[in-house]
Design a protein around this ligand. Structure first.
Ligand SMILES: [Fe+2]
Length: 342
């Protein structure tokens, strides 16, 4: 047999207070208080399952006491006693959280039945609360697991990008330095386009490995000190597809595949390997095309000198809408991203 449930009777009149106590005392642990203040004071140090309380009391009336009880002890059920069972009073009582009300003079069986119903509700609420707490614990555990998994994926992804960057460096240090400058400029352009920070990070990673396919191209062609023959250029043109195939085997880098594959497409559809045009080219690739060209123009190559900055701006302007996405070019032409960034 468990501990008896605890009931507090609050009534300023001795007779009804005692008569309810007599009805309940054999079944429950019953305490009494002469008013709202005394009842609340008692409850502050004694947990109570259910309160039976008169509505009409001097000093603190039953509705005020009810609101205070529900505020301080929301799980405690309250049954109100009223000598005048007006609908208005009952509505008030229920609206402020009372479980039910009893009318004076009350019938013993009614009292027992309403009190037991109130206690059953409290028990049901406790079980529900326990289940809810368990679910919240479980949810919080799962959220921690998801967050940990996400961190691992990001760390794995960054490690893979670093490894690929080092592979490029080992093969061709020009491509390595070029890729890192293209990543910086692409990142600045992406930020200026007001896209999510996650997408900006993805573009930066993809830009830093956009030429990874060059590890599949012969060094004699890659480092040739002079213009390429048509046949050599045909081989160079394979590097986007080779790069996409390399990255295909790394699931956490799948968003870099379209960038790697399409970073030599042109806005007018005259690029390679697919010849897609306009907004059919992924935005990330359209950004990198511009960053890639800017960096190529601004650096000395064995077979030509870098272009003066004015000429870089002029090339961007004259190829906007043909080679380049005009929206990306405008970010540079309007000065929102200074070319000093690369
Ligand atoms: Fe490339």
């Amino acid at each position: 047999m468990g501990e008896k449930e605890k009931i507090l009777i609050i009534d300023d009149e001795l007779a009804p207070r005692e008569s309810i106590r007599m009805v309940l005392k054999d079944y429950y642990s019953v305490s009494t208080a002469e008013g709202g203040h005394e009842g609340l004071e008692y409850m502050s140090s004694n947990p109570i399952d259910l309160v039976v309380m008169d509505i009409k009391m001097p000093r603190m009336d039953g509705i005020t006491a009810l609101r205070e009880i529900k505020l301080r002890h929301p799980d405690t059920e309250v049954i109100l006693l009223t000598a005048y069972a007006s609908l208005e009073t009952a509505r008030d009582a229920i609206r402020f959280g009372a479980f039910d009300y009893l009318t004076k003079p009350f019938d013993k069986d009614d009292v027992l039945m309403v009190v037991q119903k109130g206690l059953n509700k409290r028990k049901g609420n406790s079980v529900l609360k326990l289940e809810r707490d368990k679910l919240l614990d479980r949810t919080s555990y799962l959220e921690d697991q998801v967050s940990e998994a996400r961190k691992n994926i990001i760390s794995f992804r960054e490690g893979t990008v670093r490894a690929l960057i080092q592979t490029i460096d080992a093969k061709d240090s020009y491509t390595y330095n070029h890729s890192s400058r293209v990543a910086n400029l692409s990142c600045a352009l992406a930020r200026a386009m007001d896209i999510s920070s996650k997408a900006v990070r993805e573009i930066e990673h993809a830009a830093s490995i956009h030429d990874i396919g060059k590890i599949g191209i012969e060094e004699s062609i890659l480092k040739k000190n002079g213009p390429l023959t048509d046949a050599e250029f045909d081989l160079i043109k394979k590097h986007p597809s080779i790069g996409a195939r390399i990255v295909e085997s790394v699931p956490s880098l799948e968003d870099a595949i379209p960038v790697i594959l399409h970073h030599h497409e042109r806005y007018d559809g005259q690029g390679y390997p697919s010849g897609i045009r306009g907004e059919n080219i992924p935005l990330s690739a359209r950004i990198i095309v511009v960053a890639d060209a800017v960096d190529a123009m601004m650096r000395d190559r064995p077979y030509r000198k870098s272009l003066p900055i004015n000429q870089v701006y002029s090339e961007l302007r004259s190829n906007s809408g043909t080679q380049f996405d005009p929206d990306v070019v405008d970010i540079i032409l309007c000065g929102r991203v200074p070319l000093a960034v690369c």
